[in-house]
Design a protein around this ligand. Structure first.
Ligand SMILES: Nc1ncnc2c1ncn2[C@@H]1O[C@H](COP(=O)(O)OP(=O)(O)O)[C@@H](O)[C@H]1O
Ligand SMILES: [Mg+2]
Length: 260
């Protein structure tokens, strides 16, 4: 598919054959929406505070039905998303009514965590949601923010791995967000069709993504080197798709309805 993005130099000497730079979000979103199939998982990989959660929110908006699992309980960036926070899966009936009327649904699952008890409850709510969303009709997109927490601290690693494999056949898309360094070779990166990589000094992470994307790792390293703040390098696993740099707009704080 030809890529016709509104591009502009953002610094650095880059090989134009491998890279389209400076893609504004709207242009990127239009391009990506056209090729991002249901069941094609996305991995967002980068150090903390680079904008992973912000991007996860914007990717979710490209889909009609998205639910983000907030494993921190009340992530601050998620709080500004305008997504509706529900206490547990399944969503309340008015959400299904909206869907039946052809409206989109953008939901958060999580709630305040002030005690061990609430922490255990959140883990079980997230676990139930992971099961339930797969049984729902429609092609939901599931955001697993902070995969390390969900996977390791909540003990849901095997469940997430099973879901990543099962989801593709069901047309459910999973977007996982996790931190680098501290790369753990997880099913999330193995199963992802799209890898969104933020600047990191951890060359093992870059090599891992490069291998998955079938690219020379030095191309990725060079591209990452010139990324301005909050920008991300997008590598598809289809080698015919160019590497793209984009950035999502920062959330303009919206009222988030809390049903919890
Ligand atoms: N595109 C952006 N432009 C400006 N600020 C941003 C952008 N994306 C994120 N931020 C800000 O950076 C901080 C961290 O963003 P967040 O998405 O929570 O990062 P992460 O999930 O990687 O820790 C937040 O305060 C957020 O508002
Ligand atoms: Mg985050």
């Amino acid at each position: 598919m030809p890529l016709d993005l509104d591009t502009g130099p953002i610094g650095g000497e880059l090989d134009a054959d491998v890279l389209v730079i400076g893609a504004h979000w709207d242009a990127f979103a239009e391009w990506f929406t056209a090729i991002w199939e249901h069941g094609h998982h996305v991995a967002l990989i980068g150090p903390t505070r680079q904008g992973k959660t912000n991007l996860l929110i914007e990717l979710g908006r490209l889909r009609p039905y998205a639910v983000i699992l907030d494993s921190k309980g009340m992530d601050r960036t998620l709080q500004e998303s305008g997504y509706r926070r529900i206490g547990a899966w399944p969503p309340p009936s008015d959400v299904w009514d909206d869907i039946a009327d052809g409206l989109p649904a953008h939901l958060l699952i999580g709630g305040p965590v002030r005690s061990d008890q609430e922490w255990d409850r959140l883990a079980s709510v997230i676990s139930d949601a992971l099961t339930g969303v797969f049984q729902a009709h429609g092609s939901w997109t599931v955001g697993v923010d902070e995969l390390q927490i969900t996977s390791q601290m909540m003990g849901l690693k095997r469940k997430i791995e099973r879901n990543l494999i099962a989801a593709a056949d069901r047309g459910v898309t999973m977007i996982t967000g996790y931190q680098a360094p501290s790369w753990v070779p997880t099913a999330a990166s193995r199963q992802a069709r799209w890898l969104f990589l933020y600047p990191t000094r951890d060359e093992d992470v870059i090599k891992n993504v490069a291998a998955k994307a079938g690219r020379p790792w030095r191309d990725l390293k060079e591209a990452l080197h010139v990324l301005p703040d909050y920008h991300v390098l997008v590598a598809g696993t289809n080698p015919r798709v160019p590497l793209v740099i984009t950035h999502a707009p920062k959330q303009t704080p919206r009222r988030t309805r809390n049903d919890t």
